[in-house]
Design a protein around this ligand. Structure first.
Ligand SMILES: [Zn+2]
Ligand SMILES: [Zn+2]
Length: 154
């Protein structure tokens, strides 16, 4: 399982391998050292049961979508179809535009889920069983505030 911990001070994303289960990680952005606690389930990629950063046990699932990739495909498609459009090949132009949109859909559909910690926004990627449910705004509000008070942001 691959974990991206978020620094409570500067919000930098820090990749950590759960299999190696380091006891702490130093932030590359601001130098803050965060203690980490990996459960056995995390280490063996079985399940996300406790957050190694904030010890929270509430998580949600979202699509692991990289908007930059999607945008690049659409822009390249638009550029190529623009050339055909210029030469009055409307049909080809529209097909290419449609093709780019289709590729986008396929890429989006094939992406896996990422599990995210409600409190500290750590991300978990791996083959583990998905036990978290979808994002709930109310839960997020309550837990984020609790966490931010704890780390002294509010
Ligand atoms: Zn930092
Ligand atoms: Zn957390």
């Amino acid at each position: 399982m691959q974990v991206v911990a978020h620094c409570p001070t500067c919000d930098a994303g820090l990749p950590v391998s759960a299999a190696e289960a380091p006891e702490s990680i130093a932030c590359g952005g601001c130098g803050q050292v965060m203690p980490l606690a990996f459960s056995d389930a995390l280490r063996t990629d079985a399940q996300v049961d406790a957050c190694p950063v904030c010890r929270g046990a509430e998580f949600y699932i979202r699509k692991d979508f990289n908007p930059q990739v999607g945008l690049t495909v659409v822009i390249i498609g638009a550029l190529i179809s623009g050339v055909f459009y210029w030469f009055d090949e409307d049909l080809i132009a529209y097909s290419i535009l449609g093709g780019a949109a289709l590729i986008d859909l396929i890429v989006y559909g094939r992406l896996g889920d990422v599990t995210v910690c409600y409190r500290c926004h750590s991300e978990f990627r791996g083959k583990f069983r998905r036990t978290a449910s979808h994002f709930d705004l109310h839960t997020a509000d309550v837990l984020e505030q609790e966490y931010e008070r704890r780390i002294g942001r509010r």
